[in-house]
Design a protein around this ligand. Structure first.
Ligand SMILES: [Zn+2]
Ligand SMILES: [Zn+2]
Length: 273
């Protein structure tokens, strides 16, 4: 009982410590086993770390509304899961993870296919060196779109609050791992990637050329990409990170600093070809 109370009181600190731990472990693995030579360029790392500031502000602002509405739903038994009478913890957990994962796949697919939102998502794809810090590189406008999309899906379902906390926790851990610069051995990846997303799969998504940029949209599970025919595979020698679009030709890595990355969606009409 005492340990449960401890977990309850310190869950935010514990979560943050685990994120930091996973981040540091992946940082070390990519340092020693990275697929890109010199995967840790300080300038690039520093630029990506700055995204924590707007990310934190936008997530905190939206987070309050998000949790308040979900708690309200829980108290009054609103939401689709309650409507159809699913109150079992296990059933709610499985349905929520599968449903939210599909919604993420759809969100990511649309971010690539709708020109006006692709401009913001392109900031994430513009990283020429994929490493753990790329997991933080998200334009604040994309953070707003992503969380709004997520909130709508969660409110529709109305699951227990702790399920959403767990889902968000797993999402962050997965995001750090899939962006890190190391790969699983191909033989192991072949089996694991039947179920969950791996760094190998997400590296292909960050390849500079089509059709690979528009592939492997998954978040946690790989089933949606296999189901909708967007699963692609490339060996590590064939992956070149970044975006091969004409609008990026004149933007050298020097200019891809935080300030300029913020402005890119408003300045360039980015194509996804
Ligand atoms: Zn993408
Ligand atoms: Zn990514």
């Amino acid at each position: 009982m005492e340990s449960l109370t401890f977990l309850d009181e310190h869950h935010k600190t514990i979560q943050l410590s685990i994120f930091m731990g996973v981040f540091l472990v992946c940082l070390n693995i990519e340092y020693f086993f990275g697929v890109t030579e010199k995967s840790l360029k300080f300038k690039n790392f520093r630029t990506n770390l700055l995204f924590i500031i707007p990310g934190f502000i936008f997530q905190t602002l939206l987070g309050f509304i998000f949790m308040d509405v979900l708690v309200f739903e829980n108290i009054h038994n609103y939401g689709f899961l309650h409507y159809i009478g699913i109150t079992s913890v296990v059933a709610q957990l499985i349905i929520s993870f599968v449903f939210l994962d599909f919604f993420y796949w759809l969100y990511h697919f649309l971010m690539h296919k709708i020109a006006i939102v692709w401009r913001f998502h392109a900031v994430h794809h513009s990283d020429k060196i994929l490493n753990v810090s790329t997991s933080l590189r998200e334009h604040p406008m994309e953070t707003t779109i992503r969380l709004s999309h997520y909130m709508l899906a969660v409110w529709f379902l109305g699951p227990f609050v702790w399920i959403i906390s767990l889902h968000q926790f797993v999402q962050v851990v997965s995001k750090i791992i899939i962006h890190s610069n190391w790969r699983l051995p191909d033989k192991i990846d072949k089996y694991i990637s039947y179920l969950i997303l791996t760094p190998n799969m997400h590296h292909v998504h960050h390849h500079e050329k089509q059709p690979y940029t528009d592939s492997n949209y998954g978040d946690l599970f790989s089933v949606w990409d296999r189901l909708f025919g967007t699963f692609y595979y490339l060996s590590k020698e064939d992956v070149v990170f970044g975006l091969d679009v004409k609008e990026f030709e004149n933007i050298n890595s020097q200019n891809l600093r935080f300030k300029n990355l913020m402005k890119i969606p408003f300045k360039n009409h980015l194509s996804n070809k």
